[in-house]
Design a protein around this ligand. Structure first.
Ligand code: URP
Ligand code: ZN
Ligand code: ZN
Length: 461
């Protein structure tokens, strides 16, 4: 199968230029001006940008939590991703207590197989550490899982202690893996939550009170301190506050290898959502919670100046009906998370690029190139270059559209951005040379996504 993408403006993290792209067997074969070739299909990209397919390194498809399962599976979630211009995800596999790490990985490979419509990888979530686990960590890195995730929150479930984080960081460094950390102080959240509930403060508005910004800043500082002691790199997931960002900025200024990710919900939505009447606020119950609008300026500055390297989604959808409702009487029982796998590019392009807060090249870096580099996918993914996979997004910056649960593909009964007027839309999305979405219509097939064996963490990017 061969394709010519003609007349578009190619945008990478470093360049913007007009050129055609010749694709052969799913790989970019040639980039140049006025290319002519006998091909199976020609895609007219004139008037549009041609971007590398976006990579979302923080998703939770089919996540079992709080007695329920996130509502997008590997089919619906990846269809939604594809329609929004994301052609690769990295989701999570869990260590199963007392079991080999491979077992947790196999369970997630089985969940994705036959369903995923775009390529995928996994981070491995670690909760226990011992000599056997240390050995198996090296095995999973060899199997293409070159990042681990751990939690300083969720006491009694996935939370680990500082000693465990220290040894995990150190072992990950030794074997070429990057450690991702959810930074919130789980002990403090536990105390605050129990206090609020014992005072009868059970409604959704108390969710952010149970995990204030200081809880995140403390844990972010601690993760960085432990990474420094372990002489290891660390990747902070879903950073939300000015204080946490300041810890990252200061660490990077001292030469430490600290990376930070934020998500569109923390850039666009704010804590006033928790004042919505009735149970509406449950739609925004996620961890960390939405913050006062005053934090957003710092986050945008961090995206622009490089202190934040990645915008991912933390896509973790639960239906308002029956799933979020599990916590009607007790905010701590509301399944945490919100949808976003499909809307990331719309939101970041509209609020970031179109409003002049970040450049188009920086946009590409944040959603595709930096994630590919950090998580061992570059240059196969995350850029447009000869030899790279032809994961491409033809992005028409002139299209204006309104986000609505009625037209989005995410399998969930609400959208946090309902009514948002977006600028720019993918008219064509290609995964390894195949057109999988056109103008918001999915054209691919279940099971065509492949598991990506990622390379080890490459060192400072
Ligand atoms: O609320 C969230 N973020 N749910 C998903 C799990 C996590 O902590 O990332
Ligand atoms: Zn998290
Ligand atoms: Zn998450």
């Amino acid at each position: 199968m061969s394709t010519l993408v003609k007349g578009g403006t190619i945008v990478t993290a470093g360049d913007t230029y007009e050129a055609d792209i010749l694709i052969d067997n799913g790989i970019i074969a040639l980039i140049g001006n006025f290319l002519e070739a006998q091909v199976d299909q020609v895609i007219d990209a004139s008037g549009s940008y041609v971007l590398p397919g976006a990579i979302d390194v923080h998703t939770h498809l089919e996540l079992s939590v709080s007695g329920t399962v996130s509502s997008d599976d590997f089919y619906t979630g990846t269809v939604a991703a594809a329609c929004g211009g994301t052609t690769t995800i990295i989701d999570y596999a869990d260590q199963m207590r007392g079991e080999p790490l491979a077992k947790g990985l196999e369970a997630r490979l089985a969940a994705a197989r036959g369903k995923a419509v775009i390529d995928y990888g996994f981070h491995l979530v670690l909760t226990d550490y011992n000599a056997r686990v240390a050995g198996e960590m090296a095995e999973v890195v060899s199997a293409g899982v070159s990042s681990f995730k751990c939690f300083l929150a969720y006491k009694g479930r996935s939370m680990i202690d500082d000693g465990t984080l220290l040894v995990l960081l150190s072992r990950s460094k030794e074997i070429g893996a990057l450690t991702c950390v959810h930074c919130e102080n789980g002990e403090v959240i536990d105390v605050l939550t129990r206090k609020l509930l014992s005072e009868g403060k059970t409604s959704t508005r108390y969710h952010p009170k149970s995990r204030p910004p200081e809880v995140e800043a403390e844990a972010t500082g601690r993760a960085i301190a432990l990474a420094e002691m372990a002489l290891a790199p660390v990747y902070i997931v879903h950073l939300t506050t000015a204080q946490s960002l300041e810890k990252v900025r200061a660490a990077r200024a001292r030469g430490l290898t600290v990376y930070a990710e934020t998500c569109p919900q923390y850039l666009l939505l704010s804590a006033d959502k928790y004042d919505e009447p009735g149970f509406e606020a449950a739609k925004y119950v996620m961890s960390p919670p939405l913050r006062p609008r005053s934090h957003q300026g710092a986050l945008w500055t961090g995206l622009g100046n490089g202190d934040i390297q990645v915008v991912a989604t933390d896509h973790c959808p639960f239906n308002f009906k029956e799933q979020k409702e599990l916590g009607r009487e007790d905010f701590s029982r509301i399944p945490n998370g919100a949808p976003g796998i499909e809307t990331r590019l719309y939101l970041l392009y509209t609020e970031g690029v179109a409003k002049g807060r970040i450049s188009l090249n920086r946009f590409v870096d944040l959603v595709a190139t930096a994630p590919a580099k950090l998580f061992g996918l570059y240059p196969k993914k995350g850029t447009i270059a000869v030899g790279s996979d032809a994961d491409l997004v033809v992005w028409d910056p002139k299209v204006r559209h309104v986000l609505s649960v009625e037209t989005l593909h995410q399998n969930v009964d609400y959208d946090p951005y309902e009514g948002f007027e977006a600028m720019g839309k993918p008219t064509v999305v290609m995964s390894r040379g195949k057109v999988i979405a056109k103008n918001g219509t999915f054209l691919g097939q279940a099971g065509t996504g492949a598991f990506l064996r990622r390379k080890p963490y490459p060192g400072v990017i």
